[in-house]
Design a protein around this ligand. Sequence first.
Ligand code: ATP
Ligand code: MG
Length: 445
Amino acid sequence: MRLSRYFLPVLKETPAEAQIVSHRYMLRAGMIKQASAGIYSWLPLGYKVLRKIEDIIHDEQRRAGHIPMLMPTIQSADLWRESGRYDAYGAEMLRITDRHDRDMLYTPTAEELITDIFRANVSSYRDLPLTMYQIQWKFRDEIRPRFGVMRGREFYMKDGYNFDLTKEDALHAYNRHLVSYLRTYERMGLQAIPMRADSGPIGGDDTHEFLVLAETGESEVFYDSEITELKFGDRAIDYDNVEQCQAVLEEFTSRYARTDETHDEAVFNQVPEARRRTARGIEVGQIFYFGTKYSEAMGATVSDKDGNQVPVHMGSHGIGVSRLLGAIIEASHDDRGIIWPEGVTPFHCGIVNLKTGDAEADAACEKIHAALIALGLDPLYDDTNERAGAKFATMDLIGLPWRITVGPRGLKNGVVELTSRRTGESEELPPEAAVAKIAEIYGVA
Ligand code: ATP
Ligand code: MG
């Protein structure tokens, strides 16, 4: 992509309304624009990252055997009356009346609708287990929308729902989700720690929240520092293997890690003092097992092996897709801008032409740009007439992990410069070698 043809409305000034770094950088980098309180337009750069995050989630859900689908954002109130949540949800639910005076609402989550789909179509234990999920916009009329996409009113969420015959099966689904979420966040360059949490209006017995440690997080968290040394890595996992999933869950949840809602000072004090940490965290996901709460209320039953009608055991699982952009930036930035992890970067690398208009520099940039595209990569080529300093500032702000800098002086010696956004380290090498290195980094060599 040529920057001269792209839509990247970067701001020089720091917007006064933005209190935290991720919100400031998302506005300054032209990723989002507020449409009204807690509601944002996703400008091209922000939308690209949103899509990358979504792709990783779909990929990891597929690995875990979960089935993608899509439900509407506007739902009838009737289903929510059946579960009792139409009244219980309170002011956070955006209620809408249609032209026939029917009560509708903008979905804050979708347990009711998926349960309705289930009960209309599944009647036998033979069709279980079943896990379906969607990535869809949600609306919660938050009393205090703030911090940009971190606490929006309209936000993008992955929500998944499992249906199982027995509690044991549903707990396996729970464990499977925990494992797949660990992988999902790691691919985004994030450490998200599963912490025992409180179930809130979703209801249920078992629940973990995934928290990214950050000073600007809204939750207070307490944990054993050993937990931050755990990595899921690229270990092979068989999601159907009950023991294997259980073992991973135990590995990642046996140490103390809780939010303030479930914190227990006495238990915490049993952790050796040197390892006890109190910090702040951003909730980027949550998993629940809630048993037969919705299936009983809404008559979602199946016949078991003996022909008895039994309510199914369920759980639900959410990832804050749009919030993740904020969380990743909070976890990965410096005073010049964002530093995207390779897994979610909007462009794989930047190409900076130090002297646009210089025939040799232009030709070298074009060639690098074309070579990267031919490899299936997505570079951003700054072909504008800005000064070099301004070009660097923009690249640093938008946070592409790699930059190839091309200028007449280097080209005289047959070299360009390859710079890591994270470390700031540069090396000079021939243009073809720079392209090869980028290809290697992204595994397309
Ligand atoms: P919170 O406690 O932050 O209000 P929640 O526990 O009510 O969130 P869930 O129902 O667990 O939220 O939703 C799943 C995920 O959706 C959360 O883990 C969070 O990452 C994200 N999320 C929830 N509310 C918002 C919001 N207002 N803006 C952006 N993301 C949100
Ligand atoms: Mg939650």
